[in-house]
Design a protein around this ligand. Structure first.
Ligand SMILES: [Zn+2]
Length: 106
């Protein structure tokens, strides 16, 4: 399975080692702990905000997905706080960079 082609379709996949149960990020075919083959699964997309900033009325944040993966994303609406719960509502690639659109959960 190709991470980037799935990301472009809006599917955020996680590479995970069946032996160590560790996720590898950035995504990889191989576990960075035991070098075994990772398996792919679709992420729940759930996470929390650990950092954010505001630029031209848009909030950008760093979020930690599934307690392990740090991504940068844009909040679709509302005012984030550190520790706010979010989920990924859209993702893709623009100009060679991954982008994520996040929604605040209440
Ligand atoms: Zn492993």
């Amino acid at each position: 399975m190709n991470f980037e082609s799935e990301l472009k379709k809006g599917n955020f996949l996680i590479s995970e080692c069946p032996q160590c149960k560790k996720t590898t990020w950035p995504p990889s075919e191989f576990c960075n702990q035991c070098l075994g083959n990772n398996t792919w699964r679709k992420s729940s997309g759930m996470g929390i905000i650990i950092e954010f900033s505001k630029k031209e009325n848009i909030y950008f944040c760093v979020a930690e997905i599934e307690d392990s993966i740090k991504i940068m994303g844009e909040i679709d609406s509302g005012v984030p706080e550190i520790g706010s719960q979010i989920c990924i509502i859209n993702c893709g690639i623009t100009n060679g960079n991954y982008f994520f659109k996040l929604k605040l959960l209440d």
